[in-house]
Design a protein around this ligand. Sequence first.
Ligand code: PMP
Length: 480
Amino acid sequence: MRIPLEPASGVPLYRQLERWFADAIRSGALPLGSRLPSTRGLAADLGVSRVTVTTAFAELEGSGLVVAAVGSGTRVAPVLPTVAARPNPRPVAAAAPAPAAEAWVDAWAGRPGGPGLIAFTGVGDPAAYPVVEFGRTLRQVLAREGAAALSYAPHPAGDPSLRRTVTQLLASQGIGVPPESVLITSGSQQALALVCQVLVRPGDTVVVEEPTYDLALRLLTSVGANLVGVPVDDHGMRVEQLAEVLPGSKLLYVTPNFQNPTGATLSAARRRALLDLARTHDVPVFEDDFAGDLRYSGRATPAIKSLDDGGRVLYAGTFSKLLMPGLRIGYLVAEGAIRGRLVEAKQVTDLGTSLLLQRALDRFVTVGRYQANLRRTTRLYRERRDVLKQALETHLPDARFTVPAGGLFTWVTLPPGTRADELLVAARDRGVDLASGERFYRNPDDGLSHIRLNFAVQPPGKISEGITRLAAAVEHLRGR
Ligand code: PMP
């Protein structure tokens, strides 16, 4: 098929493809009911990634112009909608802003004629979500299992088959646990919330990295924890400072891989030292491995859980970053007496995670689609990490920044005299969103010389343009 695509036009390729097909369908060039080419074949013909084609097809399906049928590919719909059949999805760039930024993002989107929004916030790139493939999997599950897949989950701890599948993923990281030790949760956020519910009472001390993931800070604060911070450097939490603060604590919260927000990975030696201290002082560890499989360089460091022989480590993983956050499926590995209390907490909280989604995810993983998607996503995000590095070196030579071995985040230390809160305002004036460092610290002022950039969300051209605009915002602040 000859479809003219213009990579330099600024319009995403999937959008150009979608428009081309929409025009061809509406003009009758592609007759009702006719078959579209296979995504694989079309991607090869056009020299674009398969994700580009599947995303374009998913958009067409969303607007009712095509239908995807199990086993027989995608066809032009038998009847065309006169108006959009379903509400349009939100624009890609604005798909996952931080809550506080939502009003601003909406206001920006409403500005006529201005430059487009470039958000270095959110999770992964929605254009990489396997919309069509996951849709197919969902339909297959419904066809095979019918109403059973739409019932309450009979096992509040999670679908037994998915729990088995998760143990296989864990085994490949050296974490050998039986399926009974795996609790399926609604994202790893819920895993932490359940652990708080069971272990943390108001006034209890919880040790966290500083800086750390903002919504863990907010969750721990909401349950009344007394938070104690241990600084993070290029090798993760400075574990040598733990010995002072750990005694008497109720929990140690740590994100050892590609930390949010710094991107740092906790060294193997520090992982061992951390676990030794937790043993000595009898403190449970919550290991938040939110993006462990999104690795772009270097070799994997053993999970703290893989070194744990006493059931002291509660290990949380999630499919949010590796697949898509809207699934809301994560898991918590818990051994020993605490397990039953966590399952009870899960049941009384939400009666179990959506069975349909658990069944679909299980199938998606067992037939290898998850792994294929992860490989594609890793390639995509690695390139973006490198493009961001290049752009920062070129346009912000006075800033220091991390180049993480995986994950989503680069942590930027601003040039002296530039404040993150002021930069956020100046950057938004230029249509760039980012996370100011303040939200990752117990005391927000401690984060004023940092910003966090998510490099995974934007395509390379947008990353470069966004950093050019950011550099202009820094210059503006300097010149005042
Ligand atoms: N942990 C970290 C470090 C995160 O960054 C996030 C989400 N951004 C989560 C946990 C929660 O993710 P989810 O509930 O979607 O698994």
